[in-house]
Design a protein around this ligand. Structure first.
Ligand SMILES: *Cc1c(COP(=O)(O)O)cnc(C)c1O
Length: 225
């Protein structure tokens, strides 16, 4: 276990890596880090908060609920990055997360819209794109993404679609991963109103920034797991 000083130096180094990649892409480019705390306890989240991190994310609704309520005294910004089952929509909306990263079908958007309307609330969300067309992944196909994005915008006024999210291709080949990020970024650039391109995890964030990502979802590396 690192002490607080060591942990701070460790995180400074992660941020330095983000900075190098960011400046290589464009000096004016801004990149936000969402710390994915799914492998971490409330105490570990608190330790990271104490050295300056504010945005955290979970991939299971029940974990998001447990940790956000345990840490409700801290001014944290909670993101939900996991797949959302229809029977969990109400539980997610009860928590009112800052951003839902994984809206992955028009059907789910319609279900969300119904519940949001009934509650007179809105939700910021990203359209998840299965950019490498992998069986194991959620998300819309790249060729359908722009049309689906525009359809959700039109038909679901209580969902504020802010952009796109993607998980890099599952591969050891950097070229393959890069191609998947480029696919997502290409779609992002076609969306007039989009401001968030969420891609890049602990193993591939520098490559994701190089391809235009402006929101990283960093789990293991932020908690030194
Ligand atoms: C777990 C998770 C991450 C973070 O993964 P790491 O490799 O630990 O950085 C990012 N995005 C999603 C959707 C996840 O489920």
């Amino acid at each position: 276990m690192m002490n607080k000083e060591e942990y701070k130096l460790y995180i400074d180094n992660v941020i330095r890596r983000v900075e190098f990649a960011r400046v290589r892409f464009n000096e004016k480019h801004i990149v936000k880090i969402v710390a994915i705390s799914k492998y971490s306890t409330a105490n570990e989240i608190k330790a990271l908060y104490e050295i300056g991190q504010r945005a955290f994310g979970e991939n299971k609704v029940q974990d998001l609920r447990a940790k956000s309520s345990e840490l409700e005294d801290l001014p944290l910004e909670w993101h939900f990055v996991g797949n959302l089952q229809k029977n969990k929509i109400n539980n997610l909306l009860d928590i009112n997360p800052a951003l839902f990263h994984a809206l992955d079908s028009i059907e789910l958007a319609h279900e969300l819209q119904k519940k949001l309307e009934a509650r007179e609330m809105t939700l910021e969300a990203l359209l998840q794109i299965n950019s490498a067309k992998e069986e194991s992944k959620h998300g819309v196909m790249p060729e359908d993404a722009v049309a689906i994005f525009n359809k959700i915008k039109k038909e679901c006024p209580n969902i504020y679609l802010k952009g796109v999210m993607s998980i890099g291709a599952h591969s050891d080949d950097k070229v393959v991963i890069k191609k998947s990020f480029e696919t997502t970024y290409g779609i992002y650039k076609q969306l007039e109103s989009a401001t968030i391109c969420s891609m890049g995890m602990s193993g591939d964030f520098e490559l994701a920034i190089e391809c235009g990502s402006n929101m990283l979802r960093l789990g293991s590396i932020m908690f030194d797991k």
